[in-house]
Ligand binder design. Structure first.
Ligand SMILES: *Cc1c(COP(=O)(O)O)cnc(C)c1O
Length: 393
C-alpha cells in the first residue's frame, strides 16, 4: 500500500475525498486540477525553496538530545521546527499556499485559526507576498489568544470573529467556507492542517514534507543512514506529523508513532483523542474519523494545548491508524505538562505544549539503547508561558 499520497479522488484507503457544497466545486476543482502542476514546477520550487532557506530559516537543526537520551536509555534526535520564523512548522504550509495562490492569480486570502498560530503564519506570508488577508476566529478564541490576535493585526490582517455555535475553531471554519463560496474567483482559502476537501490534505502534507526530507539527509550526515528506527510527532489535524512521517511511511523498517491529545483522559468526556473516540464521519469536507454523537453532532474536544483541540484527524492519519501502520498514544494534559518541564530542565528548550505530547511518548514505549528515535519538536513554548507559569512548582 502507498501510504504517502491519496488516489486521484483524494482517498487514503477509505478516508478523504471532497464533500463540499456545489457552490464550492469551481474553487476546489480549480485547485485539484492545478496544484501538482504548479507546485512541482521549477519556477515554483525555486521561489519556495529560496523562501524556506532565507526567510523561514531552514534547514532546521536535527539535534541529538544527549541528556534526554541518557534519561530514556536510547538515542533521541529532536527535529527543531520550533526554530522556524514565527515559531512552529505552520509557516512551511502558509508560505507554500500563499505562493500557490499568487500563481493562481488570487489576491485575497482567507484562513481560520483556533489558537492563532495558523492565523499568524498566514498573516506573515500575506504581508511578505502582498496579499490581502482575512482570518476567521471564534469569538471565544479571540478573547483567549489576545497576543496572537495583536500579531495578526500588526501584520495587516483583518480578524473576523465567528459568533455562531460554540464560537471556537469549527465555527471559524464554517465562516471561512461561507466566505469562500461568496468570493470564489478572487480568493484562496489557506487551510492550516492536513484536513479539508481533496486536494488540501495532500497539498499541506507536501508542503510539510520538507521536515522528513531534511531528517533523511541530516541523519545520513550524522550516523551514516537515512532511516531512523522511530519517528514520533503530535497530531492535532496532523500537519507536523504528516511532514515528519511523509518520507518514511513507505519504508517498512521505520516505526511510526503519533501522540494525540488525551485531555483529562479518553474516558473523561474532556478529550481530543480522535483515534480512540472517533467514528467514521464527514468533517470540514472530508471523510475521516470524527468525534461525534450517534446522530452526527460534533463533540466539543478538550486539550490543554489549543493546537491539538480539534474533533477530527486528517485522512492521511486515519488511514495509518486503520492499517496499523502507525501506533497512536493518547497523552493526557498532565503528562504533556510534565514533559514540557522535563525538556526545559534537561535540554534548555521550552517546547510548545503540542510538541510535549510527542515527547511524552518516551514514557509510553520502551526503546532499545541503540534505537534512533526522531521526535518532531513542532513549535516553541513562548505562547504557552501563561499555562506553564500556572503549573510551576
Ligand atoms: C498547530 C500546532 C500543532 C497541531 O497542528 P498539526 O496540524 O497537527 O501539526 C502542533 N504543534 C504546534 C506547535 C502547533 O502550532
Amino acid at each position: 500500500m502507498n501510504y504517502q499520497n491519496p488516489d486521484k479522488n483524494g482517498y487514503y484507503g477509505e478516508f478523504g475525498g471532497a464533500f463540499i457544497p456545489e457552490m464550492l466545486y469551481p474553487n476546489v476543482e480549480e485547485l485539484q486540477q492545478n496544484y501538482l502542476k504548479i507546485i512541482e514546477s521549477q519556477e515554483f520550487q525555486a521561489e519556495f525553496q529560496d523562501l524556506l532557506k532565507n526567510y523561514v530559516g531552514r534547514a532546521t537543526p536535527l539535534y541529538f538530545a544527549k541528556n534526554l537520551s541518557e534519561k530514556y536509555h536510547t538515542k533521541i534526535y529532536l527535529k527543531r521546527e520550533d526554530l522556524n520564523h514565527t515559531g512552529a512548522h505552520k509557516i512551511n504550509n502558509a508560505l507554500g499556499q500563499a505562493l500557490l495562490a499568487k500563481k493562481l492569480g488570487k489576491k485575497r486570502i482567507i484562513a481560520e485559526t483556533g489558537a492563532g498560530q495558523h492565523g499568524v503564519a498566514t498573516a506573515t506570508a500575506c504581508a511578505l507576498l502582498g496579499l490581502e488577508c482575512i482570518v476567521y476566529m471564534g469569538e471565544i478564541d479571540i478573547a483567549r489568544q489576545a497576543p496572537n490576535v495583536a500579531r495578526m493585526k500588526m501584520l495587516g490582517a483583518t480578524v473576523i470573529p465567528a459568533t455562531s455555535g460554540s464560537k471556537t475553531l469549527k465555527d471559524a471554519v464554517n465562516e471561512a467556507l461561507r466566505d469562500w463560496i461568496n468570493n470564489s474567483t478572487t480568493t484562496h482559502y489557506i487551510i492550516g492542517s492536513v484536513v479539508g476537501p481533496h486536494p488540501f490534505p495532500d497539498l499541506v502534507a507536501r508542503f510539510q514534507s520538507v521536515i522528513s526530507e531534511e531528517i533523511k539527509w541530516q541523519l545520513n550526515e550524522k550516523i551514516g543512514r537515512e532511516n531512523p528506527d522511530y519517528v514520533i510527532a503530535c497530531v492535532g489535524g496532523g500537519s507536523n506529523a504528516a511532514g515528519t512521517f511523509y518520507h518514511f511511511v513507505n519504508e517498512k523498517n521505520v516505526k511510526i508513532i503519533a501522540g494525540e491529545a488525551g485531555g483529562f483522559g479518553v474516558d473523561s468526556g474532556k478529550s481530543a483523542a480522535t483515534t480512540f473516540l472517533g467514528t467514521l464521519g464527514v468533517l470540514h469536507g472530508s471523510k475521516s474519523l470524527v468525534m461525534q454523537t450517534e446522530d452526527g453532532q460534533v463533540i466539543e474536544p478538550h486539550s490543554i494545548s489549543a493546537g491539538l483541540d480539534y474533533p477530527g484527524i486528517g485522512p492521511f492519519h486515519a488511514n495509518l491508524f486503520k492499517e496499523k501502520r502507525a501506533e497512536f498514544f493518547s497523552i493526557n494534559d498532565d503528562e504533556a505538562l510534565k514533559f514540557a518541564f522535563e525538556l526545559t530542565k534537561l535540554e534548555g528548550i521550552i517546547p510548545a505544549l503540542e510538541s510535549a505530547h510527542a515527547l511524552a511518548v518516551l514514557e509510553k514505549k520502551t526503546f532499545e539503547k541503540d534505537d534512533v528515535v526522531v521526535i518532531c519538536l513542532s513549535g516553541r513554548g513562548d505562547k504557552d508561558m501563561e499555562t506553564y507559569l500556572k503549573n510551576l512548582d
